[in-house]
Design a protein. Structure first.
Length: 214
């Protein structure tokens, strides 16, 4: 039987999703908690709040992803697959051609990602590689959650990717200051929205990124 709490997802982020999608999200949550006994996927203090803290938090960026010009999504420092696996589950019934690329250098976390992408039949590649050493990459959107600070993500995007349209990031309570400071060294356009799971956090979509005086 599916935990009724998972059904709150569509109310919180305004999604109209199928029972099958909700079940996949529930199964994914349970898989993370089971695996968390063996390897550190999420903080154990957030296991009881996994639906809001991790699943709903990841799912809320779907409005930035479900666009006609986004076909390939690259998740940096994927870890447990948050937000990539969540987005893949949500996008599966919408766009079969949508592809996810995961970069995770940890062997054990990469194995978990491969198990999850196979379990949920996602169009994906799991690359057990250090993103800092990869070059001339192509994607439509770069996503990252709890991986590296914004300036480092910007540097990776500029130095390691040949093509990308957007970068989507999760920023904490100092997000406004982070953006202001970034604008001292970088030029970019951005959209932001308040996080639906934390009043102190925000989601930002970056476009037209370029280094100042470059």
């Amino acid at each position: 039987m599916i935990d009724s709490n998972i059904y709150k997802i569509d109310k919180i982020i305004g999604l109209n999703v199928s029972r099958e999608t909700l079940k996949d999200l529930e199964d994914y949550s349970k898989a993370i908690i089971r695996k968390n006994k063996d390897i550190n996927l999420i903080s154990k203090t957030t296991e009881k709040s996994i639906k809001q803290r991790h699943i709903q938090d990841s799912a809320q960026i779907i409005e930035f992803i479900d666009k006609k010009d986004i076909k390939i999504c690259t998740d940096l420092g994927s870890g447990a697959g948050l937000p990539g696996i969540v987005l893949g589950i949500l996008m599966k019934p919408k766009k079969q051609a949508f592809k996810l690329i995961f970069y995770e250098k940890s062997y054990h976390k990469s194995i978990f990602l491969k198990e999850m992408t196979k379990k949920f039949n996602l169009n994906s590649e799991v690359r057990q590689k250090n993103i800092f050493y990869e070059k001339k990459l192509n994607t439509d959107v770069i996503i990252s959650r709890a991986f590296k600070p914004l300036p480092i993500i910007f540097q990776i995007a500029q130095s390691n990717f040949k093509n990308f349209k957007y970068i989507i990031l999760f920023l904490g309570k100092s997000g406004k200051n982070i953006l202001v400071n970034a604008l001292k060294s970088w030029k970019f356009d951005y959209e932001k929205k308040e996080s639906l799971t934390s009043q102190e956090s925000m989601i930002v979509k970056i476009s037209n990124l370029r280094k100042k005086n470059a």
